[in-house]
Design a protein around this ligand. Sequence first.
Ligand code: 5GP
Ligand code: MN
Length: 343
Amino acid sequence: MLTKVIEQAKIDHFTKWFERADKIVIVSHVSPDGDAIGSSLGLYHFLDSQEKNVNVIVPNAFPDFLKWMPGSKDILLYDRYREFADKLIAEADVICCLDFNALKRIDDMAESVAASPARKILIDHHLYPEDFCKITMSYPKVSSTSELVFRLICRMGYFSDISKQGAECIYTGMMTDTGGFTYNSNDREIYFIISELLSKGIDKDEIYRKVYNTYSESRLRLMGHVLSQMTVYADRNAALISLTKDEQGKFNYVKGDSEGFVNIPLSIKNVRLSCFLREDTEKPMIKVSLRSVGTFPCNQLAAEFFNGGGHLNASGGEFFGTMEEAKMIFEKALEKYSNLLTC
Ligand code: 5GP
Ligand code: MN
């Protein structure tokens, strides 16, 4: 059995919208990850089964390892089909905002979504949601937005209408946002939900292989290179890896190739904090990714030193400057947080 999590009044409110709506648009965050695509497509398959006119729009492309997901070919990329997407957003009855907590996380789409007269609902698990939706379903203790989508559909009374395809998408989001159920995944209800998804006929082992074991040779060689250059701060229980544009060129880097690299240093004994600095290919900035284990608040570090944020154990930010400067800032942060890292 599942606990309620989502308040009944919010379920009732959304159910009313849902019953009256025809055109529904689902939007998710820039550089969509497994949970952004999984939750969006999970909801998409359900709404589609209820004969709604539903479209998923994301700001830009998503990684190849998510392209097998049922329905992924129907996702509209805003940076390619802006005019058509703007029309859908403007004419929608309901807009579902999934897996982000602030309008700036949908980049250039923010303006059209804010301006649309559609009823808006937020379904998300990031801390401190902004107030831009009439219904805000924000539950930071829940490990993925995909799990919330499952909970929402069930609470509305439609478990039986979740298809195998929908279940595959929901499972993928739950799996990727917990690193294959290796962090943020001690809530026993997660496994009850997985059991329900298995009852829909999903093959969870195959989904794991499709997401994690279909990388290119050059990605694996890049990983070897990045790890060989790693700095370990043994006295601070931390590690740092980096990737410059030059290195990206040498290893035929394509977007998504460094996905997950930031987690690897956490497999070193005693390392509690890992940082990955990557020169961006599009904007003149360094993308910062942080991961921690236990209670170390890497979202606080990201906010204080890299103008970012996120979750306790997974956060990120941006740095405008050189790689050397970014490393120095990280080392400064290690000094400041040394108590929390070495206690
Ligand atoms: P990743 O390292 O996978 O890019 O991001 C991990 C988490 O950190 C994301 O789910 C998001 O919550 C947060 N995050 C990443 N980049 C940023 C950023 O630039 N600003 C903020 N506020 N949060 C970010
Ligand atoms: Mn998520």
